[in-house]
Ligand binder design. Sequence first.
Ligand SMILES: Cc1cc2nc3c(=O)[nH]c(=O)nc-3n(C[C@H](O)[C@H](O)[C@H](O)COP(=O)(O)OP(=O)(O)OC[C@H]3O[C@@H](n4cnc5c(N)ncnc54)[C@H](O)[C@@H]3O)c2cc1C
Length: 350
Amino acid sequence: MTGTAVVVGAGVGGLATAIGLRRAGWRVTVRERRTEVECYGTAFALHPGAQDALERLGVGEAVRARAVPYRSAQVRTPGGRVLAQLPLERLERKAGRPELLISRPYLIDALLARLDALGEVTVRLGENVTDPAALADGYDLVVGADGINSAVREAWFGSGSGPRKVGSVAWIGIADLDSAVHGETWGRGRFFGLTPIEAGRTNWYAAVPEGTDAAGLRALFEGWHDPIPRILERGDPATWLRYEMRHLFPALPTFVHAGQAGKVALVGDAAHAMTPNLGQGACTALLDAEALTRAVTHHGRLALPAALRAYDRERRRTAQRTALASRTLHRIVSTERTWLRDTAARLLPG
Ligand SMILES: Cc1cc2nc3c(=O)[nH]c(=O)nc-3n(C[C@H](O)[C@H](O)[C@H](O)COP(=O)(O)OP(=O)(O)OC[C@H]3O[C@@H](n4cnc5c(N)ncnc54)[C@H](O)[C@@H]3O)c2cc1C
């Protein structure tokens, strides 16, 4: 079937949904509150399932050209002792290809280029959607891809679920060096992660208690194994990003509304924002986008409610399980009880 759709939000989830709907012949309008599509950010992990979704959206090759494989990583103590291997090799053996890492700007660029090549998608920038309920009058389908503070979610699904803080902030950045070690280093109530991103550069992230500023960040990781203190000492805090770590709580009872008043679906963070511990934020948004567009493609126009319910069945439980696992991992790695943290590391299926 085809029809008209409005996608609210031009992040990873919104752009991918617009591509999928346009490929299926829909007339699509994207409305983004920012005056340009923001091309900043650090690295995203793309597991093989998300790579398949990108392939089906026609963006696989463009993404592979800018991504790097993530093949080997360990969990360490602050002194550098290896506690466990992250299960990357096992995942690669199972999928027949490695997990990839891509810088957010490259992923956004690839999605925008694809949208441009498809043509006939109207992207309206600088449009903050303040009355999402009214959108149903003008479009067959409204997609809420407007992130954790989703106005579409609030308007159509109420305020029963909302963003909840988890007591930590994440600082993220890219260092101009190649690191010999990758993975995560788990300390008492804080942790530091290092991943490849491209030659000569290393992606890093640190989760620390709320209220930690850049100077406090350096102090918290003083004496940790190389290159952590080096990255923080030499880095320019003006280039670092600070995120409040939040997740959507409680989990939504549905990702879709398929009543007389309108047909609405949520994708990405709007539907299931999660803590970043499993590195699944972009992957789950891509899987949602591909599943939603596949569902509506394979149903007739009058069957849009059935298509939305099929999307909800395919994605809701899986995405919410991922969010719960990510939150649980956050609790473990943020604990002050190092025995609990070290035991959990040893249980990782490396
Ligand atoms: C600029 C930016 C940089 C990021 N950098 C990183 C990073 O480095 N590492 C990381 O792990 N995660 C990062 N994220 C988060 C990550 O992209 C998401 O968690 C994940 O990709 C899911 O994406 P999403 O499309 O569901 O939501 P988001 O990426 O949050 O996109 C939502 C979009 O909707 C728009 N929007 C919100 N409300 C409205 C409204 N009322 N009307 C119109 N538009 C609206 C927002 O401006 C935004 O562009 C970043 C997000 C943004 C927006």
